[in-house]
Design a protein around this ligand. Structure first.
Ligand code: EPU
Length: 421
């Protein structure tokens, strides 16, 4: 397994281009299953999860071509199998996103149950219960979800919890249902909206985009021609590099991003003492060489503070001035990075879903283990300010969601290198 070695102590500075959003690219690639015409998608990030999604679609018989600029063309009419096998689902839970489109377009889907993962149990009951309400016949047997329907029926769905991929699965399913579907308490993450815009480009009739009530008027088919859709920028990648600059007391400008979908994160960075300036598609952060101040954070669905930025802010609080209290409300076990940071000298106390971080002047480099995607990124950030070398093991987690992280950080002046297995 590859490892990253980071030598801390450099203030980051410079400019960087932000990639397309992983969590928009994955549902949008799944949504191509709904379209009867070839579809082209641009601004695809270079990530392992994208390769896995291509494998997933490819093993169904779908034709995919990718060019050197990471534009993907998908022709779904060549499909031969309606299945997401365990081997792929176990490496990427987002594979569940093919359930809605397969069922809606082909009336049949066989998808391995994702199971739990490092950050929590992550059930899919809301996806399944809602599809049953839409008339699907669903059987869970030997670890697989087997779903069938003649045609899904539009209905009113009030989701028990705000779920991102749950909303996306139902949104995709409802586009081809008979009649109107209303999804209440829908997730309104920008990636959900990006998917909804893409579906509308293909011929879907979705209204209420960006709100928590989505109305979908079902259509017979999605068959718009010559579709090309560019994925929105990755707000979590953006936030991660902003924290990288803040934690090292540096100054960076991030381009091809969207400040308007990062309010909660930018507010907390300002509270930490960062000087932030923005344009339509760029963000600049300048710490003027100062130590960040600790901030309190409570994660919750968009537009509140994202759980996907919690670990990075934990890293920042551990070298900040003062005490910061971080409360995680979305996933029950998303503090796996804390133990590793403690090994680097961080003073963090865990009390159920709360981490109390007492800032200190410094961390010490150590060998640490990545446990999930965002936790891994936070360990890299901690390594950037630690004295000496930090060796981050199991970085396949990082490669799932960060496009060339070591090259991008090196571009900002960090001393970081990949050690191949
Ligand atoms: N939940 C249920 N039942 C369901 C679905 C969800 O109880 O049927 C619960 C979950 O257990 C969790 C909460 O609802 O406690 C929210 O989970 P959600 O379904 O929103 O998470 P997800 O859709 O599985 C997506 C992102 C995650 C991100 C979360 C929250 C993708 C592919 N993944 O996951 O991204 O943390 O939303 O914003 O979009 C990451 O990129 O590192 C990542 C984990």
């Amino acid at each position: 397994m590859d490892k990253l070695i980071i030598t801390g102590g450099t203030q980051l500075s410079g400019e960087l281009r932000i990639s397309g959003a992983k969590n928009a690219a994955l549902p949008i690639m799944a949504a191509t299953l709904l379209c009867e015409q070839p579809v082209s998608i641009g601004n695809i990030p270079h990530l392992h999860d994208i390769t896995t999604t291509m494998q997933l679609l490819g093993q169904m018989g779908i034709q995919l071509t990718i060019d050197e600029k990471m534009n993907i063309e998908v022709v779904s009419s060549t499909i031969t199998k309606y299945e997401a096998p365990y081997d792929l689902v176990k490496t990427m839970r987002a594979s569940i996103l093919v359930l809605g489109p397969l069922l809606a377009r082909f009336g049949e889907a066989h998808v391995s149950l994702p199971g739990g993962c490092a950050i929590g149990t992550r059930p899919v009951d809301i996806h399944l219960d809602s599809l049953i309400k839409m008339g699907a016949d669903i059987r869970v047997e030997a670890g697989y979800i087997h779903a069938k329907t003649r045609r899904l029926q539009g209905c009113r769905l009030v989701l028990d919890k705000v779920t991102v991929t749950g909303t996306e699965n139902l949104l995709m399913a409802a586009t081809l249902a008979e009649g109107t579907t209303i999804i209440e308490n829908a997730a309104k993450e920008p990636e959900v909206s990006d998917l909804a815009h893409f579906l509308n480009e293909m011929g879907a009739k979705i209204s209420g985009i960006d709100t928590d009530i989505l109305t979908i008027e079902g259509v017979e088919k999605l068959a718009a021609k010559d579709i090309h859709y560019d994925i929105l920028p990755d707000r979590i990648e953006t936030g991660t590099y902003l924290v990288a600059a803040a934690i090292t007391r540096g100054k960076v400008k991030l381009k091809d991003t969207r400040p308007d979908i990062l309010d909660a994160v930018l507010d907390k960075l300002k509270e930490a003492g960062a000087d932030i300036t923005t344009g339509k598609d760029w963000i600049q952060l300048d710490m003027h060489g100062k130590q960040p101040k600790a901030v309190n954070i409570r994660t919750a669905p968009y537009p509140a503070f994202p759980t996907d930025m919690q670990a990075q802010f934990t890293a920042m609080n551990s070298v900040a001035e003062g005490v910061g209290i971080i409360t995680e409300t979305v996933f029950e076990n998303r503090f796996m990075h804390v133990q590793e940071m403690q090994r680097m000298g961080a003073d963090i106390q865990l009390e159920s879903n709360t981490a109390i971080c007492k800032g200190s002047e410094g961390l010490t480099g150590a060998p640490v283990m990545a446990t999930d995607l965002r936790a891994s990124a936070s360990l890299v950030l901690a390594g950037l300010v630690a004295t000496g070398d930090t060796l981050v093991d199991r970085i396949y987690h990082i490669d799932r969601g960060y496009d060339h992280i070591e090259e991008k950080l090196a571009q900002l002046g960090a001393t970081i290198r990949r050690i191949p297995k």
